[in-house]
Design a protein around this ligand. Structure first.
Ligand SMILES: *Cc1c(COP(=O)(O)O)cnc(C)c1O
Length: 451
């Protein structure tokens, strides 16, 4: 039954050699091809007889991989890039080779134990209580949805008569919050921002209290604050919002998919004061915590509330129930799960937390210096001083078409990957700096192409 022969050994060497080559060299920027181009070169790979591992690997190396932009290239500054440590990437190979089941303690105790230590580090950084807990899910989208479903479940128990549930957030909240509201069929109450694009405690309490006074049959069950908006890295007023939510029995969820990684960066930690008041929060290690895709840490102050919501019941699962063991499946909208927190755990254990703080500070410093360079140029306008590591700016007088043309040229000349974004309805550029290998020279070279 156990079929490991010389052919597998040979393929293993080829795959490990390729992986080593990929780690050893600077990641190529590369770029997409059209489906037609790919069909022409690759053809159909799924056949009755199989094309063989050799050939499939070669197609991947020669054609498919170069048709993907390397998110770990230090000049990939679009969206939110990725910068996994070598340790975490290598351990992802181990997770793949080990067929671990990360859903239950019975099957995955060792893996779950290690994942939970990594989660504990994040909970301690947020000053969460000892009995808090959570789980690594696929991404921030699933993390936000799972937390909000638990929030509504708690609200339903407190106010069983309420018919229409409402989720409060801001216009800068991530698109996944709106998506969660759609899935849950709840209304969204958009709370106005202040002139710094921040959600404030004042606006939250005023808007929600007024809303409740007008609509007696509707109830806000959760407020979502963002700790580091994806577009510009803006952090909402967590402390004031948290106090209001705690007093009003409204679930306080903090979406820190990108920004809460910086809880471990001493220079910016005080901006997150109030996170300790949250009922739940998320942070994606695959964004700014140097782990490979895909991993979101979803944390609950009181994990029992999540378990009451998410535990799946079935005859074949009954043997897992009714004990005090920690089953990660019970804390989000999922059942089977990869032990996807392990690459993050391994790297954190191997390097130590100080290395994380330092790497984080490096990116924050690079972002500050990039902002200074932009301010020094009369043809560019900095939108906000970066609070974290996202730098938003405009080229005076450019239209969307100008931005797009510049961005396409930047990629086709393999100098960098920076796509236009929008702020207040206007096109802008943003540098999203989460890779400690991104240097000021990289930024200079990209800025030099804007003339
Ligand atoms: C990226 C992001 C998300 C979504 O996370 P995914 O891992 O892409 O699903 C949610 N909220 C914020 C603030 C984000 O930056």
């Amino acid at each position: 039954m156990h079929k490991f022969d010389q052919n597998v050994e040979k393929l293993a060497k080829q795959i490990i050699d390729y992986s080593l080559w990929r780690l050893r060299n600077d990641p190529p920027l590369d770029g997409p091809m059209s489906p037609d181009q790919l069909s022409k070169i690759v053809g159909n790979t799924i056949t009755a007889k199989g094309i063989g591992g050799d050939k499939a690997l070669n197609l991947f190396k020669e054609v498919l991989a170069p048709a993907c932009i390397s998110t770990d290239n230090p000049r990939y500054l679009s969206f939110i890039p990725s910068a996994p440590t070598n340790a975490s990437t290598l351990f992802d190979l181990v997770v793949g080779a080990s067929s671990l089941y990360g859903g239950s303690w019975l099957e995955g105790a060792g893996a779950v134990f290690a994942e939970n230590q990594a989660l504990r580090w994040l909970m301690d950084l947020a000053q969460f209580p000892k009995n808090s807990g959570g789980v690594f899910v696929q991404g921030g989208t699933v993390g936000n949805l799972s937390a909000l479903v638990a929030a509504r479940n708690r609200a339903r128990k407190i106010n069983p008569a309420t018919k229409k549930w409402v989720l409060a957030c801001s216009s800068e909240s991530h698109s996944s919050i709106k998506a969660a509201a759609d899935v849950m069929d709840v209304e969204v109450l958009k709370i106005p921002l202040d002139d710094q694009c921040k959600l404030t405690g004042f606006n939250v309490s005023k808007t929600i209290d007024e809303f409740h006074a007008i609509y007696k049959d509707k109830k806000v069950f959760a407020v979502v604050a963002t700790a580091g908006t994806t577009n510009l890295g803006i952090i909402d007023e967590l402390g004031e919002i948290g106090i209001y939510c705690n007093q009003s029995n409204i679930w306080f969820h903090v979406d820190g998919a990108y920004g809460l990684a910086a809880l471990c960066a001493p220079s910016v930690r005080n901006q997150f004061t109030g996170i300790e008041l949250a009922d739940s929060f998320i942070v994606d290690p695959h964004k700014w915590l140097f782990a490979p895709f895909d991993a979101c840490a979803l944390i609950y102050r009181d994990p029992k509330l999540a378990k009451n919501t998410h535990l799946q019941k079935a005859g074949y699962l009954e043997t897992l129930e009714g004990n005090e063991e920690f089953n990660p499946s019970d804390y989000a909208i999922h059942l089977t799960r990869r032990a996807r927190g392990l690459p993050f755990w391994f790297s954190l254990a191997a390097h130590g937390t100080s290395a994380y703080s330092q790497a984080m500070e490096t990116t924050i410093t690079t972002a500050k210096q990039a902002a200074e360079l932009i301010v020094s140029r009369s043809d560019l306008t900095l939108l906000y001083q970066p609070l974290l590591s996202i730098v938003g700016f405009k080229k005076n007088g450019w239209s969307l078409a100008d931005y797009k043309k510049w961005s396409e040229n930047l990629l086709s000349s393999q100098i960098g990957f920076v796509v236009p974004s929008f702020h207040n309805g206007e096109p802008i550029l943003r540098f999203s700096i989460i890779n400690p290998l991104t240097t000021l020279d990289d930024i200079k070279e990209i800025l030099a192409t804007i003339s």
